[in-house]
Design a protein around this ligand. Sequence first.
Ligand SMILES: C[S@@+](CC[C@H](N)C(=O)[O-])C[C@H]1O[C@@H](n2cnc3c(N)ncnc32)[C@H](O)[C@@H]1O
Length: 305
Amino acid sequence: MNFTHRPVLSSEVVEHLAVKDPQVYIDLTSGGGGHAELFISRYPKIKAVLIDRDLTAVDFLKNKFKDCSNVKVVKSNAGALDKILFLLKINRADIILADLGVSSHQLDTPSRGFSVKHDGLLDMRMDIEETTTALDFLKKVSEKELKKILSEYAQERESGRVARALKKAVSEGKKTTLELAEIVKNTKRFFPRGIDPATQVFMAIRMAVNNEMTELKKMLERSFATLSENGKMGVITFHSTEDRVVKNFFKDRKDLLPYYIEDKVDNIVPAGKVKVYKPVLPSEKEIEKNPRSRSAKLRILEKNY
Ligand SMILES: C[S@@+](CC[C@H](N)C(=O)[O-])C[C@H]1O[C@@H](n2cnc3c(N)ncnc32)[C@H](O)[C@@H]1O
C-alpha cells in the first residue's frame, strides 16, 4: 500500500528529542511512521511503541516494520496511553512524540471525506470503526453548539452565519465535501488570502468529530506521567487552539517545580525540575518544499528527575 505523508520538522524532532541511551520510544500519532523510522534507525535497539487510531495507518505501519521485533504497533486512541502501556508491561518511556492532526494520506484520500479539495461524503473519522461521521455530526448538532465549535476551534468570525448555512444545507440533503465547502465559501464575507475559505471550518468540524481536544489533554497527562528521568516529550501542533493547550500544559508542569520527595532519612528534598524549550518552527526551505509544514510548531519538555 502507498502511504504518502512527509513528516514535518523531521531533523529538528530527532535532534531536539535526543536523549542519552534511550530504551523506549513512544509515537502517539505514528501515521506513515516517518518520524518513527528516523528514531528507530538512530537508536536501533530502542523498544518502539507506535500508536495510531487509524486502521489504514496501523496496517501500513505493521507492514513497514514487520521485520523489526523491537517495534510494537497499536491501534488505539493515544489518550488511552496508560492502558496500552499496562498491557505491554511498560512503565517508562524516554522519548515521546505526538505529531497532531491528520496525515496527508487521510487528507488526500477522497473517500475519507476530510478535504475541501477532493470530493467524497463528508466523513472525517480518523478511526473508521467509530460510528459518527462528520455528516451525522452536522445533522445532530444544534446550530448554537456548531457556532460555538466554529468560533472556539477555528476562531471563525462568521460562526453564526456559517453554522446556520451548514445546518440548512445538510437538512436539504447536501452531503459531500465539495458541496459543503461551496456553501461555506458562498456564506462567508471575509476570508484569509491564500487558503480555501472552508479550510478552517472543516478543521473545526474534524476536531469535534474526533474529540481531538479531549484526547490531546489525556495524552499530555499520560505522557508526562510516563516520561522517565531525563526523558523528553515533543508535541507538534498545527493551529493556535491546540498549541495553547500544549503551551499551558508545559508551563503548568514547569511552574509546579521543584518537585519534592522524601529521602532515606525522611527529609523532604527537591527531586528535580522540568525544562521547557523554546518552540521550534520549520525553516523557510521546509515550508517551500512542504507547504503543509507552514503552521507546524514543535514544543519540547524535559523531565529532570
Ligand atoms: C500528522 S499525522 C502523523 C504523521 C507521522 N508523524 C509520520 O511521520 O508519518 C497524524 C496521525 O495521528 C493520528 N492521530 C491523531 N490523533 C490521534 C489520537 N488521539 N490517537 C491516535 N492517533 C491519532 C492520525 O490518525 C494520523 O495518522
